[in-house]
Design a protein around this ligand. Structure first.
Ligand SMILES: Cc1cc2nc3c(=O)[nH]c(=O)nc-3n(C[C@H](O)[C@H](O)[C@H](O)COP(=O)(O)OP(=O)(O)OC[C@H]3O[C@@H](n4cnc5c(N)ncnc54)[C@H](O)[C@@H]3O)c2cc1C
Length: 404
């Protein structure tokens, strides 16, 4: 079964219009229900589009608030801001990501040993445990590229506390398969379930809660642990400053780099006239393990949509998408071929794109090519309020909405 909303900007807006009547009180009442993959009318299903920025949070907020008052759509608006919260938090604690990448790498290597960890891990990801709801969700994730939010919470909780598997491998399993796979929302949600985000507070999946919110499709009584003592870790993650907005750039001598962090370049760079463009994909860099077919297909299709809109708008040639491990050489070749001294791209928050850019930046600089990264106003307004809890950002939402 493929993901039901086509990864284009147009299809995203069509989905939003269809979902709009359900974004008010009905969302607040029904959003936690998982009716199964054939009935997703109670949620927007827009996370993949939002993650690839085919549609902007600002655009969604504007359409929803054109239909409902802020108080009626309060819950949906808050959920949208949860994404900005996680992005901002990881931006200020980038070593959480570095540590996660390190651990996934090390744990993946140990999976080659035929020991208990490997056995239990493969039972979990292949949906072959003794817990039928968990098995069904493992299959659903691989077969559709999506899980309902409540299921993601139950799944992560069972993975960590009942199956006692390392949270990093569970996060990696999600990240490899979700069409909305996001370094911030995914890594920090897994840490939240395990009790590492809000210290001392973890999330326990309860059979009665699962029975109630799946309309009794599942009722795993006697199969789940009742103990969710929060995980512990020794690491310290220092706070980093959110980077300042980029300086101005000469609009005529730039090349454009499209990445998975921005699917609406013709808007972000509307004042520029790029001579040429290049699109570089990073789906393969999500994990040392193979990436799910739906996650791969979604990113690729979304990229084709971004590229064709950018080509139409900027009237320039655009190469790619290319999936490369090292970006410096190809970007230098691109700059030389098209005679550009500056490559403009969307600011990449913590994740694979930022990793690739960080390596390429100094290499390009050595050859006289500058990288110009531009941030979205929504991120600049939202991220600074991403503190230990969501509350600091939540209370700023009315103010941010006014400023947007
Ligand atoms: C363990 C775990 C892992 C997750 N991994 C990801 C991930 O990789 N990428 C991702 O986008 N979301 C992730 N989420 C958050 C959430 O589950 C999805 O955003 C949501 O289920 C997507 O479905 P939807 O678009 O129908 O959401 P809706 O309910 O329609 O919400 C609208 C939008 O708000 C945002 N949103 C809603 N809930 C959350 C949330 N709890 N955290 C962050 N943003 C939210 C999303 O952009 C979503 O599209 C994860 C949650 C958990 C518990």
């Amino acid at each position: 079964m493929s993901f039901p909303v086509i990864p284009t900007r147009k299809a995203g807006f069509e989905r939003l219009r269809k979902f709009l009547p359900n974004s008010g009180h009905r969302y607040a009442k029904n959003r936690n229900k998982d009716y199964g993959p054939d009935n997703r009318e109670n949620v927007s299903l827009l996370s993949g589009h939002i993650r690839h920025r085919l549609i902007l949070e600002k655009e969604i907020l504007s359409i929803v608030l054109g239909h409902y008052s802020q108080s009626t759509a309060e819950k949906f608006i808050q959920e949208l801001f949860w994404r900005g919260y996680f992005k901002g938090f990881l931006e200020q604690h980038p070593t959480i990501w570095t540590a996660y990448r390190r651990d996934v790498s090390a744990l993946t290597t140990t999976l080659d040993n035929k020991d208990d960890l490997a056995r239990f891990y493969y039972q979990a990801v292949n949906g072959e445990t003794d817990i039928s709801c968990f098995n069904s969700w493992a299959h659903e994730l691989v077969e559709t590229g999506y899980l309902h939010n409540h299921v993601r919470m139950w799944f992560a909780s069972i993975w960590i506390f009942t199956l006692k598997l390392p949270w990093q491998l569970g996060a990696d399993f999600f990240y490899r398969h979700l069409v909305d796979g996001d370094p911030a929302s995914n890594t920090l949600s897994w840490r939240w379930v395990g009790g590492l985000h809000t210290s001392g507070k973890s999330y326990l999946a309860r059979p009665s809660n699962i029975e109630r919110y799946t309309d009794a499709r599942f009722a795993p009584y006697g199969q789940l642990t009742t103990n969710s003592s929060p995980l512990e870790e020794d690491e310290y993650y220092p706070i980093s400053k959110i980077p300042a907005t980029s300086k101005k750039v000469n609009p005529e001598v730039v090349g454009l780099l499209i990445t998975e962090e921005e699917g609406y370049s013709e808007d972000l760079f509307k004042d520029l006239e790029p001579t040429a463009g290049i699109a570089l994909l990073t789906t393969h860099a999500r994990s040392p393990q193979p990436i799910g077919i739906h996650a791969k297909a979604f990113s690729k299709y979304a990229f084709h949509d971004s590229i064709s809109r950018a080509v139409n708008h900027f009237k320039c040639t655009l190469g790619g998408p290319f999936e490369l491990d090292e970006w410096g050489t190809v970007l230098l070749k691109f700059a030389r071929e098209h005679g550009v001294q500056t490559i403009a791209t969307a600011y990449a928050p913590v994740g694979p794109v930022a990793e690739k850019l960080s390596d390429a930046r100094s290499y390009l600089a050595k050859h006289g090519i500058a990288l110009y990264e531009r941030q979205r106003a929504y991120d600049l307004l939202t991220w600074p309020y991403a503190k230990r809890g969501f509350f600091s950002l939540k209370k700023k939402i009315p103010d941010i909405l006014k400023r947007l």
